[in-house]
Design a protein around this ligand. Sequence first.
Ligand code: ADP
Ligand code: MG
Length: 285
Amino acid sequence: MLEIKNISKCYGKFPALTDVSLEISPGMFGLLGPNGAGKTTLMRIITTLLTPTAGEISMGNINWKKAHLVRNMIGYLPQKFSLYKNITVKEVLHHIAVLRGFYDQREKMVVDVLEKVNLLEQKDKKIKELSGGMIRRVGIAQAILGDPQIIVVDEPTAGLDPAERIRFRRLLHYLSKESIVIISTHIVEDIAATCEQAAILHKGKILKKDDLKSLSDMAKGKVWSMTLSTDEYFNISKEWNVISSQHLGDKYNLRIISETPPNGAVSATPTLEDAYLYLMGCVSE
Ligand SMILES: Nc1ncnc2c1ncn2[C@@H]1O[C@H](COP(=O)(O)OP(=O)(O)O)[C@@H](O)[C@H]1O
Ligand SMILES: [Mg+2]
């Protein structure tokens, strides 16, 4: 179990994280929050690239203060991941393996990680010939060199097309069978599709952490659905917090978040997205 205790981080006087505590068990953990919430800051602290202003991290009897012991336990795919364009997939991974101090077992290691991310066939292709989804998978391949116990991926699905995004989520889910995988995102669907547990981060503070069902249940009794004509839709969208609408022939099916039901609406089962939007609405008021 990875234990994050009372972590705070200030950049100068600006508090980017305030008293963040999380317990993360094996499996896939989601860190959900809007831009500027502090996700990257927290991930960089987990990877030891950044030192917290206060608080502690530990796993078993290893404390993050001994960063040199921790580094080999962690694989990291940073939010801004870039590679030299003119070398091949295999060359990139060999290069990174050497930088990490893996020498002798390198050939087998590189083949193993390429197999896991399903890129063995592309091993001799140059980086510039790969799609965005493939480059992200090279990013995962370098992160899992040496079989780290913790894999940290920061906004990995940004910029991927829908099919690549699904394939990439499936890969992370597969890796989470043997490691702790921590994914940050502002896209609710990334987490709803893969994670067992998640935390919602806003302005450097954890608003809520729980299993997905309990997180969704926060919006229980606050989500409503109704079907309206186009004219009625335009009137109601001025008055109520409409979070989604679906066009069905000459009617609209709406989803609305509200403490009280709009006239004619029926109660809907909340999703994680509803709960996230509900919570964000509460904190911005
Ligand atoms: N090196 C830095 N110096 C000053 N402020 C920073 C620095 N890095 C991030 N911040 C600020 O800290 C907050 C959290 O940033 P970040 O952790 O990148 O959030 P997220 O990844 O959720 O978008 C933002 O307001 C950002 O502007
Ligand atoms: Mg970020």
